[in-house]
Ligand binder design. Structure first.
Ligand SMILES: [Zn+2]
Length: 455
C-alpha cells in the first residue's frame, strides 16, 4: 500500500459538488480533500488526473459470485477483476448460487475461506433467509453479513428455497432487531404460475412470450405484501431489481407513509427495451424481465425524483451452455445478466442522453448502496475519513463491448457489441491501484473482506 499519495484533478466529485481538488491519502484512507494546488508532502507520490473525472468507487450490493460450489459459473478472482475494471471498488456477494448457500454461520465461513486473498476489490457478504433458518440469522449477522436476502418465488437453485408469508413473520422481527436490511426478490408465484400457463401456447423463442409469463402485477403484488410485513415488523425492506416504473411509485408512496422501504434498479432495465430483444436471444433473460420503453423511461424518472435510490448490477452469470442459445428457448435458459464490468458505462450512456450530471451517478452507484448496507461512513464518498476508493473516469471516452475485454469468467452478456460512453481509466482500492485500462488488473489481489475486526 502506498503510505502517502495525492491524487489531484480538475473534476473531483465531492459531496459538495464537482470541483478542482487534491485528495490527500494516507494508509489507504482519505485524510483531506484540499485545493487543487495544495502543497504536497516531500516524500508523497502525486498523481495528476487532469481533466478525467475522479469519483468515488462504485459500491455494488448485488453480485452473484457463485463460489464456492459453482465456480464454473463465476468466482472471486474473475468477478473482482471484472469489478475493478468497471470501477466497482466494493461488492456484496449474494448468498445463493454458491454451494453451500450462505444461510448458516458454517456456510458463511466456507464462503470467507473461498474468498480470502482472492479479491481485487473489497468484498462483503449477504446472508440468506430461507424457510426455517430464522434462528441462524443472529449468528450470521455477528459473523459479518451486512444484509439479508430472500426470494418470494423459486430462486432457480434447489438449495435456496423461496419464503412464504409465515417464514417472513418469523424472520423479519429478528432482522429488524439486528438492524440490517432485508433484500427481497419481489415477484409472487401465483401470478407467475397463472401467467405462465397462458404463455405456454406462445412461441418460447419470442421474448414477448417470456415477458408475458412474468407480468408487472406479480412485482406489484409482492411489493404490497412485503410493505405490509415491513409495517408490522419495522424491518427495513429493500426491493431488489425493480423492473416496473409503477413499482418505484409504490415504494416511494410507502416510504412517505413511514414504512422503512427502499428500492434499486439495474443497468439492464435502464438500457434495453423489450421490443428490441431478438428472437432466441437468451442472454437477455433475467427475472423480472426487461420491460418496455415506458417502464425504462419511468425508471429513469424514478431515479431522478429519488423514488428509487440506487443502481446495482445483479451480475448473475452462468456457463454459456446454460443459456441454451442453440434452442433459443427463454423458458429453459438460465436467467441472469452479466454486467459487473459495464455498469458505470451503461448508466452514464443513458445519463448523457438525458443530460444528467455525473454527481448523480456517484449518488446512485456509490453513496446510496454504501448507505444501504451500513458502509456509508466508510465507502461511497470522496471526503476526509473515507477509504480512498477512487475511479478515474473519462466521461467522453467511447467503448464498444468486446468479449475479449470482459474479465468475468464467461464473456456472455447482452451488451456484446454495444457502443457505450464513459470509460474507466483507473481504479484505486484504499489508495492502491487495482486496475489500469492500459495494463489491466493489478498483478496481485488488492481487496479485503469486510468483516468484523476480530474475524
Ligand atoms: Zn440477483
Amino acid at each position: 500500500m502506498d503510505a502517502s499519495l495525492v491524487i489531484r484533478g480538475q473534476r473531483v466529485v465531492t459531496p459538495g459538488g464537482t470541483r478542482p481538488a487534491a485528495i490527500h491519502i494516507e494508509g489507504g484512507r482519505i485524510v483531506r480533500v484540499g485545493q487543487h494546488d495544495d502543497p504536497t508532502g516531500v516524500d508523497g507520490r502525486v498523481l495528476d488526473a487532469g481533466d478525467l473525472v475522479v469519483m468515488p468507487g462504485l459500491v455494488d450490493t448485488h453480485v452473484h459470485v457463485n463460489e464456492p460450489g459453482r465456480t464454473d459459473w463465476e468466482g472471486f478472482e474473475t468477478a473482482t477483476r471484472a469489478a475493478a475494471a468497471g470501477g466497482v471498488t466494493t461488492l456484496l456477494d449474494m448468498p445463493l448460487n454458491s454451494v453451500p448457500a450462505t444461510t448458516s454461520a458454517a456456510a458463511l465461513r466456507a464462503k470467507i475461506a473461498a474468498a480470502r486473498g482472492k479479491t481485487w476489490v473489497d468484498v462483503g457478504f449477504i446472508g440468506g433467509v430461507v424457510p426455517g433458518n430464522a434462528a441462524s440469522l443472529g449468528r450470521l449477522a455477528r459473523e459479518g453479513v451486512l444484509a439479508f436476502k430472500c426470494f418470494l418465488v423459486p430462486s432457480g437453485v434447489p438449495e435456496f428455497e423461496g419464503v412464504k408469508t409465515e417464514d417472513l413473520h418469523q424472520a423479519m422481527p429478528v432482522i429488524a432487531e439486528l438492524g440490517l436490511p432485508l433484500m427481497v426478490h419481489a415477484e409472487l408465484p401465483d401470478v407467475i404460475e397463472a401467467a405462465t400457463l397462458d404463455a405456454t401456447a406462445g412461441d418460447p423463442t419470442k421474448y414477448a412470450t417470456y415477458r408475458a409469463s412474468r407480468p408487472p402485477s406479480s412485482e406489484h403484488e409482492a411489493i404490497a405484501l412485503v410493505t405490509r410485513l415491513a409495517e408490522v415488523t419495522a424491518a427495513h425492506v429493500h426491493i431488489v431489481h425493480v423492473s416496473s416504473a409503477a413499482s418505484a411509485t409504490m415504494i416511494a408512496a410507502a416510504r412517505r407513509r413511514g414504512v422503512h422501504i427502499s428500492g434499486e434498479s439495474c443497468p439492464h432495465y435502464l438500457h434495453f427495451e423489450a421490443d428490441q430483444i431478438p428472437d432466441g436471444a437468451t442472454e437477455y433473460k433475467c427475472a423480472p424481465p426487461i420491460r418496455g420503453a415506458d417502464d425504462r423511461d419511468g425508471l429513469w424518472a424514478s431515479l431522478v425524483a429519488g423514488d428509487l435510490a440506487m443502481i446495482v448490477s445483479d451480475h448473475s452469470p452462468c456457463p454459456p451452455i446454460m443459456k441454451r442459445r442453440d434452442a433459443g428457448d427463454f423458458f429453459v435458459a438460465w436467467g441472469g445478466i452479466a454486467s459487473l464490468q459495464l455498469g458505470a458505462s451503461v448508466v452514464w450512456t443513458g445519463m448523457r442522453t438525458r443530460h444528467l450530471p455525473i454527481e448523480r451517478l456517484s449518488e446512485w452507484m456509490s453513496a446510496a448502496p454504501a448507505g444501504l448496507v451500513r458502509l456509508g461512513e466508510r465507502k461511497g464518498r470522496i471526503a476526509a475519513g473515507y477509504d480512498a476508493d477512487l475511479v478515474l473516469f473519462d466521461p467522453d471516452g467511447e467503448l464498444t463491448v468486446r468479449a475479449g475485454e470482459l474479465l468475468h469468467r464467461h464473456p456472455v452478456t447482452p451488451y456484446l457489441g454495444a457502443r457505450l460512453r464513459g470509460t474507466v481509466e483507473a481504479t484505486y482500492v484504499r489508495g492502491t491501484l487495482a486496475f489500469d485500462r492500459r495494463t489491466g488488473p493489478a498483478a496481485t489481489p488488492t481487496g479485503q473482506l469486510l468483516l468484523p475486526p476480530d474475524s
